[in-house]
Design a binder for this molecule. Structure first.
Ligand code: ASP
Length: 339
């Protein structure tokens, strides 16, 4: 039997659910970045790692991932392990009562009987929001974390992207005032959609959308940016835009969302980068990609010091640990460990 935690857990704080990046405030983003840095620092020593393992060892998480995932699943799973949270998982709906026709509501309600937090990914937009609404209507209300909802949103990826940008520009005045290019399938890439919602909190940021016309950033995101006076432009001639960027965020073609019979394609030579494009970019620009990569990201870029995607991937685990600490209310205990 694990010992009772010495300090009772703090009450849960807003945002209660992690669903919609549009609702995140700047203070929340700053808190998550600071917490991620604190967890990393504590995890540097063996003593710190053991302390972290006791932090949330009285908590259990459900990882309900019915859409394929490597990084998000593994980083959440390992973030839970770092903090001592025990996990249950469903990754293949054919092994759950969904095949017997159980509704999402009943499945979520069932998970909520056993765990303290539900982290979910689905191919269908809006499912995590539906689960959150259900939680808000029942007595045993648990936090729901959206770990990717179809081509719609990926709020925790956006948080780790903000953390990566924040760290990369720490010595250069922060994210504020930077020019950030987003390239590829911007219409169906949920990571860039979510990131745009968060970048509106950084004054002076300029966005450049680099995509073929049929894969342009959707109107809902552009409306949000206009509403918040964030400057953006779009072009299907990326070559001319590369030299002025502080960061380039690449995305792959999201072919899993092709309509039946559709076989969407774009010219990866134009909407991708390799040694030639690298040569045209600023010497201190950073290159990000949520991964997995497709032909748009030449592996020869990996050795360039501007390639940030492997660090970005690892940042995901620390940011997700920070998020779990924040949502489950263990910040004070983390501060104790850091002393
Ligand atoms: N891994 C990211 C996502 O889940 C990016 C991608 O799949 O292209 O959206």
């Amino acid at each position: 039997m694990p010992a009772e935690p010495a300090v009772p857990p703090a009450p849960l704080r807003e945002p209660f659910h992690i669903i919609d990046p549009e609702s995140f405030h700047r203070t929340f983003l700053d808190e998550i970045c600071a917490l991620a840095t604190d967890v990393r620092a504590v995890a540097k020593s063996r003593e710190g790692r053991l302390g972290l393992q006791a932090l949330l060892s009285d908590r259990r998480a459900m990882l309900y991932f019915t859409q394929p995932s490597t990084r998000t699943f593994l980083s959440f799973d390992n973030a839970c392990h770092i903090l001592g949270i025990r996990t249950s998982e469903i990754r293949d709906p054919s092994t759950s009562s969904e095949v017997k026709g159980e509704s999402l509501e009943d499945s979520i309600r069932t998970f909520s009987s056993y765990v303290d937090i539900i982290i979910m990914r689905s191919a269908e937009p809006g499912l995590a929001a539906r689960a959150a609404r259900l939680m808000d209507s029942i007595a045993r209300r648990l936090p729901i974390v959206n770990a990717g909802s179809g081509p719609d949103q990926h709020p925790t990826q956006a948080l780790l992207d903000i953390y990566t940008l924040d760290r990369s520009f720490a010595e250069r005045g922060g994210i504020e005032g930077k020019t950030i290019g987003m390239m590829g399938d911007l219409a169906r890439g949920r990571t860039v959609r979510s990131l745009c919602h968060l970048l509106r909190h950084y004054p002076g940021v300029r966005l450049r959308f680099l995509s073929p016309p049929e894969f342009r950033m959707r109107a809902d995101v552009k409306e949000t940016l206009s509403r918040h006076a964030i400057e953006f432009d779009e072009t299907d001639e990326p070559a001319t835009a590369l030299p002025g960027l502080d960061a380039l965020y690449l995305t792959r073609l999201q072919s899993e969302y092709d309509r039946p019979g559709e076989n969407a394609r774009f010219d990866h030579a134009r909407f991708g980068i390799g040694p030639d494009e690298l040569a045209r970019m600023n010497p201190d620009a950073i290159i990000m990609h949520p991964l997995p990569r497709g032909p748009e990201l030449d592996p020869r870029v990996d050795d360039d010091p501007r390639a940030m995607y492997w660090r970005q991937e690892r940042n995901g685990m620390w940011v997700r640990a920070a998020l779990l600490i924040r949502v489950l209310g263990a910040e004070a205990q983390l501060r104790e460990l850091g002393r």
